[in-house]
Design a protein around this ligand. Sequence first.
Ligand SMILES: Nc1ncnc2c1ncn2[C@@H]1O[C@H](COP(=O)(O)OP(=O)(O)OP(=O)(O)O)[C@@H](O)[C@H]1O
Length: 325
Amino acid sequence: MNAIEVKHLSKQYVIAKRQEGMWGAIRSLFHREYITKTAVEDVSFSIEAGEMVGYIGPNGAGKSTTIKMLTGILVPTSGEVRVGGLVPYKERQKNARQIGVVFGQRSQLWWDLPTIESFELLKEVYHISDRRYRRNMDTFTEILKLDEFFQTPVRQLSLGQRMRADIAASLLHDPSILFLDEPTIGLDVVAKERMRTFIQEMNKERGITVILTTHDMSDIEKLCKRMILIDKGRVMYDGGLEKIKEHFGTSRILIVDVEKDISLNIEGVEVIREEGIRKWLRFNREEYTAAQLIQQISEKTEIIDISLQEPEIDSIIRQMYEQGL
Ligand SMILES: Nc1ncnc2c1ncn2[C@@H]1O[C@H](COP(=O)(O)OP(=O)(O)OP(=O)(O)O)[C@@H](O)[C@H]1O
């Protein structure tokens, strides 16, 4: 069964146009002009129950707008959206029972209360039975070490602690679908790793469907087999990580130690770094094979050592963002 089904989904925002200057401001009191901004355009995808999918794209691509439509906060301008069989904006409360949401930049916990009290309040809000509450709290506390800061008010938690508390809170009512928006933003390496391990475990052990929005490609690499890439509101790619490397990652880097420190001017090849006799050469595998390139270099100087670097997913995506999709 598909956990999420999105068909030809679009969202336009209608924004009042700002008129310049004082006269403009006065004029707009009587005559307001509006412009429409398309944030999501004709987006279709389906996500199976138990899948973990990365939803990525540059700033302003339309990720948050999509997530808001999936969680029922926003009403689509057109198209269809179903989450666990429900139309989120029509059945917001019912939908809230089957989804968990974590926004890395914002907390859903009560700022001034000791952390444990936020959990107790959520227990009431979601009508969670004592048994379920205990079971979940025990599991989450064991993995996320929540008891280290149960008595600390949320506003005094470190970012890492706050994220641990937030993700636990989002799962307290056993949702089957989890939306994570930048869950590792600002965390140090250890905290990131802990968060990723927890997400992975919840997906594997409990079969929770996860949609992960992030700008950190290593989140995606570690967690998701599939990613949906959007730009300017449209889906540009939907598939596996490996395939994106094949499709878009046409550049390779040859690292070569040469005998003489000479400049290696080869047409279509970019020297991206030099450290004495060691050079990093970026080339396009559609224009050159590594063997051809090595041949060309060896005509100029003797080669002492070589190695070939495949592009990292991070650099491929960065390149795609920079050059447009
Ligand atoms: N409430 C709003 N009113 C008008 N325009 C909006 C509103 N929210 C978002 N937008 C615009 O819609 C587009 C998509 O925004 P959205 O927040 O969905 O992008 P995003 O991919 O989540 O970006 P980021 O990675 O920066 O969070 C942007 O051009 C943004 O300026």
